[in-house]
Design a protein around this ligand. Structure first.
Ligand code: PLP
Length: 354
């Protein structure tokens, strides 16, 4: 059955990746074992960790100042792990949406948080580039893509303090100078792999600036010393992320992935802008190329529109439960064809109801 998967997360993965992962559940590398049955201390798995690390560094153009960790607890655990390890007194945060706000809430338990910009009053539809970062802060935290409302940071600030970025919903979707970040984290279930694994990419030299009695699992240093196998990691999710990274490399790397993503996003935003029945509320400079949110201008047409797309095997178009409306998540693996199909449906809806 042909379905068009616009789920926000867990979300669509490349067909080849899912196929290969499925085969490995039956018989991993012709070992007679399932990937679910191998030891996380086996040579096979150490090889997976090594290859995945290599691919991330290669794709993001990172040198050996960076270390890569594969952790659990989602991006959510990073909200507290970051201040636990890196906050001495005060950190600066951008409040650009639901997840950014959650990161702030956790950080406040460890020290002072200065919110340098908040988009709250404008319902998070806009991200300022006009804020000042005092240099006495331990770090600056931002969220590159706001998954729920559908905004994306296009410009990152220049500052001498470490920049930390939650890239959960747009990692590996575009080219950036990744060396400007001291720590990048992303939970796997949006653009990389199955849920239950978080990639943390960090400059080693930001650690150890001050001491605290940090519990082992919460301490980046213990994970670095143990090569991400302090405890049993999510073997399957790490393996599947390796497959996705190979797919990204075979697609031509981030610059070609980015071009495809831009094309898909432009088509969809153009349709929303010219269609009489729909609107997008995001400031034009901040529109996300990963999560495209839109609303019906007349709410009473909701039932009809929902009937129409659901009948066509379109999945996951409902907006987030806090926001309503619609959201098309158009991650790396979503084919251009699915975007074109959705646009056809929107056009047909316009013909019938406007
Ligand atoms: C999904 C998401 C999170 C939460 O991830 P979990 O793995 O559920 O903890 C955090 N930040 C952003 C930007 C997200 O999209």
């Amino acid at each position: 059955m042909k379905v068009h998967n616009f789920n926000a997360g867990p979300s669509i993965l490349p067909k080849e990746v899912v196929k290969k992962a499925a085969q490995s559940v039956i018989n991993f590398n012709n070992s007679g074992l399932s990937i679910l049955e191998i030891s996380h201390r086996s040579i096979d798995f150490l090889d997976i960790i090594e290859k995945t690390t290599f691919l991330i560094k290669r794709i993001m153009n990172l040198d050996d100042d960076y270390t890569i960790l594969f952790l659990q607890g989602g991006a959510t655990l990073q909200f507290s792990m970051i201040p636990y390890n890196l906050m001495n007194q005060i950190a600066g945060y951008l409040d650009t949406g639901f997840w950014a706000y959650n990161a702030i809430k956790e950080a406040k338990k460890f020290g002072k948080v200065k919110v340098l910009f908040s988009g709250k009053e404008k319902n998070y539809t806009y991200i300022s580039t006009n804020y000042h970062i005092p240099c006495n802060m331990d770090y600056f935290h931002c969220t590159s893509n706001n998954t729920i409302v559908g905004t994306q940071m296009k410009i990152f600030p220049k500052t001498s303090i470490p920049i930390i970025c939650d890239m959960s919903s747009d990692i590996f979707s575009r080219t950036l100078d990744f060396c400007q970040f001291s720590l990048i984290y992303a939970s796997a279930q949006k653009n990389i792999s199955s849920a239950g694994m978080t990639i943390v990419i960090m400059k080693k030299n930001i650690l150890g600036k001050f001491r605290k009695n940090i519990p082992s699992y919460m301490n980046y240093k213990t994970h670095i010393q143990n090569n991400s196998i302090l405890n049993t990691p999510n073997v399957f999710s790490i393996y599947t992320s390796m497959l996705t990274l190979k797919w990204i490399k075979n697609q031509g790397g981030l610059s070609l992935i980015e071009k495809k993503n831009q094309k898909k996003a432009k088509l969809l935003y153009d349709e929303i802008d010219q269609n009489n029945l729909f609107e997008n509320k995001i400031h034009k400079n901040n529109r996300s190329n990963m999560n495209v949110s839109f609303f019906l201008k007349e709410k009473n047409l909701e039932k009809e529109f929902n009937k129409m797309w659901k009948k066509e095997n379109i999945i996951g178009l409902e907006g987030h439960r806090y926001l309503g409306g619609y959201r098309a998540s158009i991650y790396n693996a979503l084919p251009l064809k699915s975007v074109q199909f959705l646009i056809e449906i929107m056009k047909e809806f316009e013909r019938k109801f406007s």
